[in-house]
Design a protein around this ligand. Structure first.
Ligand SMILES: O=C(O)CCC(=O)C(=O)O
Ligand SMILES: [Fe+2]
Length: 268
């Protein structure tokens, strides 16, 4: 039995009231300190990034899209190697993005599309992360390559240890991973579970032999935002004991000449 080396302890809820929010923080933003932490540690956990009413609206959006049949059983991998593997993942997903015809036909002024809604918030985040990427590696992000989806885990769901960016595959473009939790108020570790476990052991899909396990568990509380460097932090979703709601995204860098050379080499 391995006990966690660290458990992320959420700050007390310090959200201003809704009326203050409308004036003070029209769009939730991350701070320079959050960006510095992402740059130095490879990850950052931001409690209460999203106000409660937006969390509730986005979860309702998931429930609505599910009832419209917009969710599919999740596959693993990202490109043509996609496969269904229920040993690794039990979840349902719905791919998102402005102008997706299959979503637009389900309603136009959704909490994603509306002014100040999800896409606007993420655009703002993308600008901050692009500045960071520029600073750290002289490459801005390519907004047109970003990927975004809702993930719904039923009771008994999970997603075993994996990396989001795999060398010699299209996922190598993923620079920063985003997880934004949309669970109901009152999430509890005993009743609900399904924590995010970020592995800090320097390994890939497994802990390297002889290395002591080292991980950080994050409670998927509604409103919590997690950002990490996609290539640096293997992670998993522990078994859920009730339905679990998340938004998952990747902020991608542009394709480079060496990507094309590497894809050619690893192509078969
Ligand atoms: O739902 C989560 O917390 C993580 C999801 C994830 O790792 C992924 O979709 O790649
Ligand atoms: Fe992941």
């Amino acid at each position: 039995f391995i006990s966690p080396q660290h458990v992320h302890k959420p700050r007390a809820n310090v959200l201003p009231s809704t009326s203050q929010l409308k004036v003070a923080t029209a769009s939730p933003q991350i701070t320079q300190a959050d960006l510095a932490s992402l740059s130095e540690n490879g990850y950052v956990v931001i409690d209460n990034f999203l106000p409660r009413d937006l969390v509730d609206d986005l979860r309702d959006d998931i429930l609505n899209l599910r009832s419209e049949g917009a969710f599919k059983e999740a596959k693993i991998g990202q490109d043509s190697t996609n496969e269904l593997n229920t040993n690794i993942r039990i979840a349902e997903t719905c791919f998102l993005g402005r102008n997706r015809p299959e979503l637009l036909k389900l309603g136009e002024n959704s909490i994603r599309d509306r002014s100040g809604g999800l896409y606007d918030i993420l655009d703002c985040l993308c600008d901050s992360l692009s500045d960071l990427s520029m600073k750290d590696s002289a490459t801005p992000l390519d907004r047109s390559l970003n990927e975004l989806l809702y993930a719904y885990y039923p009771e008994g769901g999970f997603y075993r240890r994996h990396r989001d960016a795999i060398p010699n595959s299209a996922s190598v473009l993923r620079k920063y991973s985003l997880l934004l939790y949309l669970n109901r108020d009152g999430w509890s570790p005993d009743k609900d579970a399904g924590q995010l476990r970020m592995h800090l052991d320097g390994g890939g899909d497994e802990c390297p032999p002889g290395v002591q396990p080292n991980f950080l568990d994050v409670d998927p509380l509604g409103g919590t935002l997690v950002l990490f460097k996609s290539e640096a932090i293997p992670h998993e979703v522990l078994n859920t004991m009730s339905e679990r709601f998340a938004l998952v995204g990747w902020f991608n860098r542009p394709v480079s000449a060496s990507d094309i050379a590497n894809l050619g080499e690893g192509g078969n």
